[in-house]
Design a protein around this ligand. Sequence first.
Ligand code: K1U
Ligand code: ZN
Length: 174
Amino acid sequence: MTKRNILIEPDPILRKKSDPVEKVDKELKKLMDDMLETMYAAPGIGLAAVQIGILKRLIVIDISKEKEKKNPLFLINPSITFKSKKISTYEEGCLSLPNYFAEIERPAECHIDYINYDGKKKELKASGLLSTCIQHEIDHLNGILFIDYLSKLKKDMIIKKLVKYKKELNKVVL
Ligand code: K1U
Ligand code: ZN
């Protein structure tokens, strides 16, 4: 498994819509394994392929706690089939927006259809953090970041600070 670089906003790739996966083969499984390693190393509880620069509708999630057994979920071509009217609020983070967190409102429950690691069609009913995380990651597949739900003032301020942060990172690397 290989740890990949995570793209940081502002980056035009993060704003693109990802394409459906055509087939689940060895190459795709290697990509999913790399995504999982990248997510665990970050550390994070979710990662969409676009965050490592790959425009495929592919997500990995693991919301298990530090001391619990790992419980990775691989979602290929996920599609939301139900969103509850009930709303929940969660303080979200994003590996492409390092050090920023914001309270975001989303439907409390969602149901999805997806294809799993073995290429099988599946359904999932999610609530709580899993539901929030799935919706956050599916937003990534559509080029949406949680800052898009904030006021223009807050969003612009965060992007301005991230531009500065990325300049500093480049200085360190060079
Ligand atoms: O998509 C991403 O950038 C990953 C993001 C997922 C997410 C977090 C919270 C709400 C919705 C979606 C993260 O994993 S941010 C890091 C994080 O939440 C975390 C990191 C270590 C331990 C526990 C949580
Ligand atoms: Zn994110």
